[in-house]
Design a protein around this ligand. Structure first.
Ligand SMILES: [Fe+2]
Length: 678
C-alpha cells in the first residue's frame, strides 16, 4: 500500500489514465475544496496492471487455473464489488492466510459474459499489494477501465485457483437518461439473531445495485445463539469488540455466510455504516471535544485513548472488508495495534471520509452520509438510561433541539446541503442510517415523548436545516436503516402543532418521503418490547401495540411495522418511485426461506404523496420473477452450453434459477420459460 506521501503526489496529478495502472482519485468535490489533509487522501484501491487479454500466458501463469482447489479454500469470503463509477467499479476479495505466498500476484479478469468468452479486461495486482497487514484483503479499482451503464462478470486468480464469479455494474454517464433504477435496500444483519434467507432472495432480485444502510456487523459476542451455527465468539474473549482482531473476526464471520456471499457476488454494493461497525450508539464530539469518541455501551468508555484506538481499528477493519472507495490516510491503512500511536480526534476525523455521492444519469442522485463519525453526544449528556426522554424536560441539559447539536458535523453538512441544492436529477435520494422523520411515543405538544434520541429526533435543529435545504429539491426520497422496522413516512419541516400543545396533525407541505428498510435479522421492536415500560415505550406496550402506537402518535407516518424482517426493493422511474418491502422468515436457514410482500408504496414524481399499492400486480411482478440478469434466448443457449463449466459451477447463486442449490438443465428450462413469457 502507498504511503501518504505517494498518495499526495498521486492526488496532485491532473488525471491518471495510462491504461497500464489505474488509481481512482477522489473526484473534484472533495479533494479540491477541502485542501489540507484531505487533499492528500486517495481512494485506496490496489493497483492492477492491465495486461492484454491475449497475453495472459506471458504473465508467469497468473491466469492459470489448473490447480483446481475449491474457490473457498483460497477466497474464503468469495468476491464483492462496490462503488460504481461511469467507467468502472471496485472489486474486492480476500486471500486465505494459509493460501498466501509472499511472491504471488493476484489476477483479475473481467468479461461481458458469465462464461468469460468475451474477456474485456485482465489486470495483475502485484504480490506486495496482497498484504497480511491488511488481513489479506485486496481491492482492485477498475475506475477508468470499463464502459458505462452495463453489467460485467469478474473473477480473481491466485496460485492456480480461480475465485467464484461475481457480477458487477457500472454507472450510467452523468448526461445519460436511464429509464429506471432499481436497488435492493438492506441493513442490520446481526449474524447470531437469524439466518440470511433475505440475502439469498436479494441475490435473485433483478436490481442494479444493493444499497447497504449500515450495521453490516454487530460488535457483540454471542456464544450461545439460539440459531444453530450462528455463534459468535470474539478472539478477545470479551462480550463486545475490543480491537482490530475482534473486528476482523466479525467481518470474516459475517461474510462466511453463503447467502450473503451470493448477494454480494451478484450485485454491486453502495454502502455506508451505522454504529455497530464499531460500537452501539457511538458518537464523536466533532467540534465540542475532538478528543472524545464515545459510547456508553462500551465497558472501556471512560478510557479516552482506548476509545480512540477502538475507533481507529474499527475503521481499518471496515475499510479492509467493505467494497467502498473511500478517502483514507496512511495513518489508518498502515495502522498497527502493536506499534502505532493512538490516532487523536482531529487526525482521525480528517483521515477517513465515508460520505460520498453517486449520479445515475439524470434520473437519480444518491448521497450516502456518515452519521456517526462527526456526531455530538445524545441529548441530556448521559442523564438518561435509555435514548428516550421527555421532550423539553426542564431538567434536561443539551436538549434535542439545541442549535449546535449535529449528526453530520459542519463540513459534511455543508457538502450535503450543496448536494441537495445542486441536484437536478428527477429523484434526489438520501442514503441515511437513522430515522429522519419524528417518532413520538406520545404526541402531546410540549409534553410529547420520543422513542429514540439516537436518531434524528435527537438532532432536531440540524434536521430542520436539512429539510430547509431540501424544500426546493424536487422529489426528495430518504432511504433509511437502523430501526429494524418498516417505515413509510412523510418528511416534514415541522412536527409540532402550531400552538405546540395539541396533538399535531400533518403539518404543512411534505418536504419529501422516507422509506425505511427492515432489518435482515436484528432484533426488532416487537422482539424487544418490554411491557414494563423499558426501551422507550409506555408501560404496557407489547408486541401487538408497538405498531399501532407508532402510527397513532405520528400522523406523518403512513405505515409502521416492527414485527418482521427482510429487505426492500426501491424502483425509480420518470413517473414514480416505488418501495416494495418483503418479509422473509429469518428462522429458515434456506435460500428458499419463505418470503411475502409485506407492503408497497408509491410516490408519483412531482407529488410528494404516498399511495399504498400493496398487492397491485404491476408493482412487484418483476421482483417476484427470479429472472436474474439473463434476459434473452442467447443467454439461455449460453447457460445450456456452459452449465457444466467451472465458471458456472462456481456461481450457483447466479444461475440457480429454480433455487434448488444445484445448477443443472432444470435451471436452463426455468430460464427459458421466463425469457419466453416475459
Ligand atoms: Fe441495527
Amino acid at each position: 500500500m502507498e504511503s501518504a506521501g505517494d498518495a499526495a503526489e498521486a492526488a496532485s496529478e491532473p488525471t491518471e489514465s495510462t491504461g497500464a495502472t489505474r488509481r481512482a482519485l477522489l473526484k473534484a468535490a472533495g479533494a479540491s475544496s477541502m485542501g489540507g489533509v484531505l487533499s492528500a487522501l486517495v481512494a485506496e484501491g490496489a493497483l492492477a496492471e492491465e495486461v492484454e487479454p491475449g497475453s495472459a500466458d506471458g504473465r508467469g501463469g497468473v491466469f492459470d487455473a489448473s490447480d483446481g482447489r475449491p474457490p473457498a479454500t483460497v477466497f474464503p469470503e468469495s468476491v464483492a464489488s462496490g462503488d460504481p463509477t461511469p467507467s468502472g467499479v471496485l472489486l474486492w476479495t480476500r486471500i486465505a492466510a494459509d493460501a498466501y505466498r509472499t511472491d504471488e500476484p493476484l489476477g483479475v479478469e473481467v468479461a461481458t459474459d458469465g462464461t468469460f468468452e468475451d474477456v474485456t479486461y485482465r489486470g495483475v495486482v502485484p504480490a506486495a499489494a496482497v498484504d497480511p497487514a491488511d488481513d489479506y484483503t485486496v481491492k482492485a479499482d477498475l475506475d477508468g477501465g470499463l464502459e458505462s451503464d452495463r453489467f460485467y462478470f469478474y473473477r480473481f486468480f491466485y496460485g492456480g485457483t480461480t475465485s467464484r464469479v461475481g457480477r458487477c455494474r457500472t454507472l450510467p454517464e452523468p448526461d445519460a437518461s436511464p429509464d429506471e433504477l432499481r436497488v435492493a435496500a438492506v441493513t442490520c444483519q446481526e449474524f447470531s439473531n437469524g439466518y440470511y434467507g433475505a440475502f439469498a432472495h436479494v441475490a435473485q432480485e433483478d436490481v442494479d445495485y444493493i444499497v447497504h444502510l449500515g450495521d453490516a456487523i454487530y460488535e457483540y459476542a454471542a456464544p450461545d445463539s439460539e440459531y444453530e451455527g450462528r455463534d459468535v465468539v470474539l478472539p478477545s474473549g470479551k462480550d463486545v469488540a475490543h480491537g482490530l482482531a475482534d473486528f476482523r473476526y466479525l467481518h470474516e464471520r459475517y461474510r462466511s455466510d453463503e447467502f450473503y456471499q451470493r448477494a454480494l457476488e451478484r450485485h454491486t454494493m453502495i454502502a455506508t455504516w451505522d454504529d455497530h461497525e464499531i460500537v452501539n450508539n457511538r458518537w464523536w464530539e466533532y467540534d465540542r471535544d475532538p478528543e472524545r469518541p464515545a459510547s456508553t455501551s462500551h465497558p472501556e468508555n471512560g478510557d479516552r485513548e482506548f476509545m480512540q484506538r477502538l475507533f481507529a481499528e474499527g475503521i481499518k477493519a471496515y475499510w479492509e472488508f467493505m467494497p467502498v472507495r473511500v478517502n483514507i490516510s496512511a495513518e489508518l491503512t498502515d495502522y498497527d495495534p502493536e506499534t502505532s500511536p493512538a490516532p487523536q480526534g482531529d487526525d482521525l476525523h480528517e483521515s477517513f471520509r465515508l460520505y460520498r455521492s453517486f449520479a445515475f444519469g439524470d434520473l437519480a442522485d444518491l448521497a450516502m452520509t456518515d452519521e456517526r463519525l462527526y456526531r455530538t453526544d445524545p441529548p441530556g449528556e448521559g442523564q438518561y438510561e435509555s435514548n428516550a426522554a421527555p421532550y423539553r424536560d426542564p431538567d434536561m441539559s443539551d436538549p434535542p433541539d439545541a442549535p449546535d447539536r449535529t449528526m453530520l458535523g459542519d463540513r459534511q453538512r455543508g457538502w450535503f446541503l450543496d448536494f441537495l441544492a445542486d441536484s437536478t436529477a428527477t429523484w434526489t435520494v438520501w442514503g441515511n442510517e437513522v430515522l429522519t422523520t419524528a417518532l413520538k411515543t406520545t404526541n402531546d405538544g410540549e409534553e410529547s415523548t420520543y422513542l429514540n434520541y439516537d436518531q434524528w429526533d435527537g438532532y432536531q435543529a440540524e434536521r430542520a436545516r436539512i429539510m430547509e435545504g431540501a424544500k426546493d429539491t424536487e422529489n426528495f426520497v430518504t432511504l433509511t436503516g437502523d430501526l429494524h422496522s418498516y417505515v413509510v413516512a412523510y418528511l416534514l419541516d415541522d412536527y409540532e402543532s402550531p400552538d405546540g400543545q395539541e396533538p399535531a396533525p400533518l403539518q404543512g407541505s411534505p418536504v419529501g418521503v422516507e422509506f425505511m428498510t427492515p432489518a435482515i435479522t436484528s432484533a426488532n421492536l416487537s422482539e424487544i418490547a418490554d411491557p414494563s415500560g423499558a426501551g422507550g415505550f409506555p408501560a404496557g406496550t407489547d408486541e401487538t401495540t408497538v405498531n399501532q402506537l407508532a402510527q397513532s402518535q405520528n400522523p406523518h407516518i403512513e405505515f409502521f411495522n416492527s414485527s418482521q424482517w427482510g429487505y426492500s426493493i426501491v424502483e425509480f422511474t420518470r413517473e414514480d418511485a416505488t418501495y416494495v418491502a418483503y418479509d422473509v422468515d429469518k428462522a429458515e436457514d434456506s435460500p428458499c426461506a419463505s418470503r411475502e410482500t409485506l407492503v408497497a408504496y408509491r410516490t408519483p414524481a412531482g407529488s410528494d404523496e404516498l399511495v399504498e399499492v400493496t398487492g397491485e400486480e404491476n408493482v412487484d411482478g418483476r421482483t417476484n420473477q427470479q429472472t436474474g440478469e439473463a434476459a434473452d434466448v442467447v443467454d439461455v443457449q449460453a447457460l445450456f452450453a456452459n452449465r457444466e463449466s467451472d465458471a458456472a459451477a462456481n456461481t450457483p447463486g447466479s444461475f440457480d434459477f429454480n433455487e434448488d442449490a444445484r445448477l443443472d438443465v432444470v435451471d436452463v428450462q426455468k430460464l427459458f420459460v421466463e425469457v419466453d413469457t416475459s
